[in-house]
Design a protein around this ligand. Structure first.
Ligand SMILES: Nc1ncnc2c1ncn2[C@@H]1O[C@H](COP(=O)(O)OP(=O)(O)OP(=O)(O)O)[C@@H](O)[C@H]1O
Length: 240
C-alpha cells in the first residue's frame, strides 16, 4: 500500500487553474521534496493533500483512506506543519502542544515531541506566549505541532525557512530517522535545493500546477556522484 496516492488532482481559484492534474505516489519510508518556482502550486498541493482546502476533482488516498470519503481517518494519518502566522499568539507553546495532543487523542504530550523540542532548542520557551517568540522559533513550533504524534505521512511546507543551521540539521536528522527507523513518509516543499539534494531520496519538480519531473533515489545518487551535476542544475534544465 502506498503512503500517499494522488490521481488527477485539479484545483482552481476564481476559475484560475492552480493545480492542473497532479499525479503522484509516495511509498512508506520515502523522504521526498517538492521543488519548483514561486507560484508553481506547491503550497496549494500540500494544502489539498492535508485537507485544508478541497480539490475540485481528483483522488487523494492517505494509506487506504480516501480523503474525500473518510476525511477524519485520512487526516488522522497525516501531519501538516503549521504556518507560523496561523499560530495562536496568546497561547503558550506548551498550550499549543496540549491542544494538538488532545486533537490527536493522546493522553499527554508525547515524549518524542518533547525530545524534538529539546533538539530544536525550544525547551526554554515552552511557557512563553507564541506571540512573544521570534519568527524562527514560531517556525519550529509549527513544525513540532505538525509532527506531534508522528503520523505515518508528514507534510512540511518550507520547514527549513528561518531555522538556524543547528536547528535545521537537527530537524533533517529527525526526519531522516522517522523515515528510516519508523517507516514514516515525508513530503516537504523547499527552495533549499542544496540541502534537499543531500538528504532526500526523491525530488519532484512542480511547474504550472503539474509534476513535470520526478527524480528517483537512483537519479539523485547519480547527480550526487557527479562533480559537475546538481539538483539545481537538473531543475533548471528540466524547466528550459
Ligand atoms: N487563495 C488564493 N487566491 C488566489 N490565488 C491563489 C490563492 N492561493 C494560491 N493562489 C495562487 O496559486 C498559485 C500557486 O500558489 P502557491 O502558493 O501554491 O505556490 P508555491 O509553489 O507554493 O509558491 P512559493 O514557492 O512562492 O511559495 C499562485 O499563482 C498564487 O497566486
Amino acid at each position: 500500500m502506498k503512503a500517499l496516492h494522488v490521481e488527477g488532482l485539479h484545483y482552481s481559484v476564481d476559475r484560475q487553474p492552480i493545480l492542473r492534474g497532479v499525479e503522484l505516489s509516495l511509498a512508506p519510508g520515502e523522504f521526498a521534496a517538492l521543488i519548483g518556482p514561486n507560484g508553481a502550486g506547491k503550497t496549494t498541493l500540500l494544502h489539498c493533500l492535508a485537507g485544508v482546502v478541497a480539490a475540485d476533482s481528483g483522488r487523494i488516498l492517505v494509506g487506504d483512506a480516501d480523503l474525500r470519503i473518510e476525511p477524519l481517518r485520512a487526516r488522522h494519518r497525516l501531519g501538516l506543519s503549521i504556518d507560523p502566522s496561523r499560530l495562536p499568539a496568546l497561547l503558550s507553546v506548551r498550550e499549543c502542544m496540549k491542544l494538538f495532543t488532545d486533537a490527536r487523542g493522546l493522553p499527554a504530550i508525547p515524549p518524542s515531541t518533547l525530545a524534538l523540542c529539546d533538539a530544536l532548542a525550544l525547551t526554554p520557551v515552552l511557557d512563553r506566549w507564541v506571540g512573544q517568540c521570534s519568527l524562527g522559533t514560531r517556525q519550529k513550533v509549527g513544525i513540532v505541532l505538525g509532527l506531534l504524534g508522528e503520523p505515518p505521512l508528514l507534510i512540511l511546507d518550507e520547514p527549513l525557512n528561518g531555522l538556524d543551521p543547528l536547528s535545521a540539521y537537527a530537524l533533517k536528522e529527525h526526519l531522516r530517522r522517522l523515515c528510516g527507523e519508523h517507516g514514516a513518509t515525508v513530503l516537504l516543499a523547499t527552495h533549499s535545493l542544496d540541502i534537499a539534494e543531500r538528504f532526500i531520496d526523491r525530488a519532484m519538480l512542480m511547474v504550472d500546477g503539474r509534476i513535470r519531473r520526478d527524480w528517483s533515489r537512483h537519479d539523485l545518487d547519480a547527480i550526487r556522484a557527479h562533480p559537475d551535476r546538481s539538483l539545481e542544475r537538473a531543475m533548471i534544465e528540466a524547466m528550459a
